[in-house]
Ligand binder design. Structure first.
Ligand SMILES: [Zn+2]
Length: 240
């Protein structure tokens, strides 16, 4: 899908806008131009970089596994899964929490879709197990609220650009499974925004329970300390 300047309604639903070409030139975000392949089919075993501040999407057949690697140990990776045959069905944090009786999924466990069907199976967690399911993807409005005036790369735009780059579209931005994100939920009900406790090379592995489009964003958040205020690259590999 060619990149176009902002439009009042570009087909991604009311109010959804692309960042402008000028916006992307300022930050150097090349998500739209750098899919793993034209239709998102990955090369099994190949280690793909998720560049700092960028998004990436791959198609997984049922039974294929994907590993997301926290290369430097400091990076949050927002993640989503969509039914490849029906983008209105997607991995849902609300439904997943009800299915596992937890705020933080603990492998091994099934991640449910908004139709309460297993869409991914969280197979292995080679990290401290600190992830987040309660915080929305960062978006341009989040950065406006934090005082950023111009364009700021964000996970919301990264998701939709990564999907468009492989010829897929979703009408909304589901709540992401925020891998390696440290949002402690305290006994008094409050939350914190803390750096990831991971070590370099920590990783998580999921198995597709149906044919899915799996998307990730190396979160560009640099205003609050969830990425040590220094967003960096992460990696993804689809296991053969
Ligand atoms: Zn983000």
């Amino acid at each position: 899908m060619p990149h176009t300047a902002r439009q009042p309604n570009d087909g991604f639903g009311p109010g959804r806008h692309w960042p402008s070409a000028e916006d992307l030139a300022v930050t150097g975000n090349a998500t739209l131009a750098s899919p793993v392949s034209p239709d998102g089919t990955p090369e099994p075993g190949r280690r793909y970089e998720i560049p700092a501040r960028h998004g990436l999407a791959v198609r997984l057949r049922a039974g294929q596994r994907v590993r997301v690697i926290n290369t430097h140990g400091t990076q949050v990776v927002d993640s989503w899964a969509f039914n490849a045959a029906d983008p209105t069905e997607f991995m849902s944090m609300e439904h997943a929490r009800a299915g596992i009786d937890r705020i933080i999924p603990k492998a091994p466990c099934a991640m449910l879709s908004n139709k309460r069907r297993p869409i991914l199976f969280f197979e292995e967690d080679a990290s401290p197990g600190v992830h987040d399911t309660i915080i929305a993807a960062c978006d341009i409005w989040r950065y406006r609220g934090l005082g950023v005036e111009g364009y700021h790369d964000n996970c919301d735009d990264n998701l939709h650009m990564a999907l468009a780059a492989i010829g897929f579209a979703a009408a909304e931005t589901p709540s992401p499974f925020n891998l390696f994100m440290n949002i402690p939920v305290r006994a008094d009900g409050s939350i914190g925004w803390e750096p990831s406790p991971c070590a370099p090379g920590d990783h998580v592995t999921f198995r597709a329970e149906m044919d899915v489009v799996y998307a990730v964003s190396a979160c560009p958040q640099d205003i609050i300390p969830i990425n040590n205020r220094a967003p960096v690259e992460a990696h993804l590999v689809v296991l053969a």
